[in-house]
Design a protein around this ligand. Structure first.
Ligand code: DER
Length: 222
């Protein structure tokens, strides 16, 4: 069975009537949204906030009632994928380019669940590039500052063009290597004009739901 589908289906079980639910973005979240859509068809009463235009379109297609971020003051449960996560529950997100809205919703949430296949579990994050959302205006200067730190920033390209996020910004992917100094990078990113948000999601989740090849679906509590 598809390990991502395993995790997505399991996560949908944590959604309860009356909740405001954050719907993540990516190939694992895709399965979770489908599973929630099925439950909504069978009577589940929720409202949801999508973390990307892609998830919004999928949720709308499934008849999941949607809210905009400005219509809520909290989220009961946010469920989303990750690109890497270490044993301290520090994650890198943003591989799908949705990190800004994902972080806004995750930060609002009373509870966060990360869903993934077993390949996302690492001892130290950083082998996966760290996505950073930067404004288009002055992006050259922001990239130069990140270059000076030795972070090897690469402007993300999709279909031969510079990738533009749902918010109209660019993504710089940093190549830091596994075991980089998380706090140091996080602090320095905060000083660079034009950096709007980054893909460090540190110790934000209550549990991880992991699809595995040999032990079925694992729930790892924080
Ligand atoms: O952009 C993100 O953070 C997404 O959640 C995504 O990168 C997760 O990856 P997946 O498609 O393997 O679930």
């Amino acid at each position: 069975m598809d390990m991502k589908k395993m995790a997505g289906d399991k996560a949908a079980e944590y959604v309860k009537d009356g909740m405001v639910v954050g719907l993540g973005t990516g190939s694992t979240a895709y399965h979770m949204v489908n599973a929630i859509g099925e439950r909504v068809k069978n009577g589940l009463k929720i409202q949801a906030i999508p973390t990307s235009k892609a998830t919004e379109a999928q949720a709308r297609e499934l008849g999941i009632p949607l809210l905009t971020i400005d219509e809520v003051d909290h989220v009961d449960l946010d469920i989303d994928g990750v690109d890497e996560i270490d044993p301290q529950f520090n994650a890198i997100k943003g591989g799908g380019g949705a990190l800004y809205r994902e972080k806004v919703v995750a930060t609002l949430a009373k509870e966060v669940i990360w869903i993934m296949d077993e390949s996302k579990l690492v001892d130290h994050i950083g082998a996966f590039h760290l996505p950073v959302e930067i404004a288009q205006y002055g992006s050259k200067q922001a990239m130069a500052r990140m270059e000076e730190y030795g972070w090897k920033p690469v402007l993300r390209v999709r279909d031969g063009k510079t990738f533009v996020t749902d918010n109209g910004n660019y993504i710089a992917d940093l190549h830091l290597g596994a075991g980089f100094d998380i706090e140091d990078v996080r602090e320095k990113l905060g000083t660079i004009v034009g950096v709007l948000e980054h893909g460090l999601f540190l110790n934000m989740c209550k549990r991880m739901i992991v699809g595995t090849s040999s032990e079925g679906v694992r729930v790892i509590e924080n």
